[in-house]
Design a protein. Structure first.
Length: 336
């Protein structure tokens, strides 16, 4: 079995060595490492070339212009020669036995199009948190995917916001490449859709016949202060309702438990956006969005934690300046 590893790269010279070394020193050696250069302006690709000169399993493809993460991942899918595929971001890394264990697990029991596995969250310099897919069963078949898997991708059953049982980022998945190509599953551009990873996950799981769960963490997801993944483009606020309508389409909302997951998920995204904005116009966009009107303004907020109630109520009452001041103070305290 050949496994393709797709690594999009854009200006990660500080971290790319750790990423590449975690791939070339895998205990499973039959891999191809496809590096997609999204027109990096630092020394990232020079560093990758150092490794490529010593390891023929590494290939580099350069985008004609900077096209974004989704485009780069799609280039990787199109150029993969392997049987299975995993995605690794160039500022992250994986455990050395990751691919060996996934290949071995793929051969056990029922054949599956996708294997879901866990990760370590490295948030700033805090102690890493282990995130595992939280399911009782090892295999989820097609009949159960919408009622079991979809709701667990988007959120939590708890009274308020929590981590979903399944991460929707593509680096959680070990994917059959023929399955992706046969069903023409690709990433939509992050410049056109909000949370494109989530849309990719739904598109993928709508087509799969079975999914296997490996309850072990392999991927190291690293969030650093001021990193791109920790920032937010205000223009994307306009796409909140696109996300809202997309999730409504996928989740069976006639089921009360599913509605709870859905509502908590959207509330989570709204809370996230409110904390990231830095101007009043952006707050107005959130306040006027369909999802905020239907899920926050018309909802009893008493079950939410006090910090969440405060921000939501300030937005409802259009106390934008005060809300921004609180968000800025909170951000400053987090950076101390």
């Amino acid at each position: 079995m050949l496994v393709s590893v797709v690594v999009p790269v854009f200006n990660t010279e500080k971290y790319i060595r750790k990423c590449i070394e975690s791939l070339i020193y895998q205990t499973f050696s039959n891999v191809e490492i496809i590096v997609i250069d999204d027109c990096s302006m630092d020394s990232s690709i020079r560093i990758v070339k150092e490794y490529a000169n010593l390891d023929s399993r590494i290939s580099i493809i350069r985008n004609p212009i900077n096209k974004g993460l989704s485009y780069s991942r799609n280039v990787g899918i199109h150029n993969s020669k392997g049987d299975y595929l995993i995605f690794v971001d160039s500022d992250d890394y994986i455990e050395k036995d990751t691919i060996e264990d996934l290949v071995s697990f793929s051969k056990k029991g029922l054949n599956s199009d996708v294997i879901i596995f866990g990760n370590y969250n490295h948030i700033y310099n805090r102690t890493p948190e282990v995130i595992l897919p939280n399911f009782k069963t090892e295999t989820i078949i097609r009949e159960d995917i919408k009622n079991v898997l979809f709701k667990d991708i988007i959120g939590t059953e708890d009274k308020y916001i929590g981590m979903p049982k399944v991460g929707f980022q593509p680096w959680h998945y070990f994917i059959d490449i023929n399955f992706l190509r046969k069903n023409e599953i690709e990433f939509k551009s992050e410049r056109e859709i909000l949370f494109e990873d989530l849309q990719f996950a739904f598109d993928m799981f709508e087509k799969t016949n079975s999914v296997k769960i490996l309850k072990k963490a392999y991927y190291h997801y690293v969030v650093r202060k001021n990193s791109l993944s920790n920032s937010q483009d205000d223009l994307k606020i306009e796409l909140l309702d696109v996300l809202y309508d997309s999730l409504r389409k996928h989740v069976l909302l006639e089921n009360e438990k599913n509605r709870t997951y859905f509502n908590n998920s959207i509330s989570n995204y709204l809370f996230f956006f409110i904390q990231k904005v830095n101007n009043i116009n952006s707050l107005k966009k959130i306040k006027n969005s369909k999802c905020f009107t239907e899920l926050i303004e018309k909802k009893d907020l008493t079950s939410y934690p006090i910090k969440v109630r405060i921000l939501f109520n300030l937005c409802i009452k259009k106390k934008y300046f005060l809300l921004l001041s609180i968000v800025k103070i909170k951000s400053l305290l987090n950076n101390i």
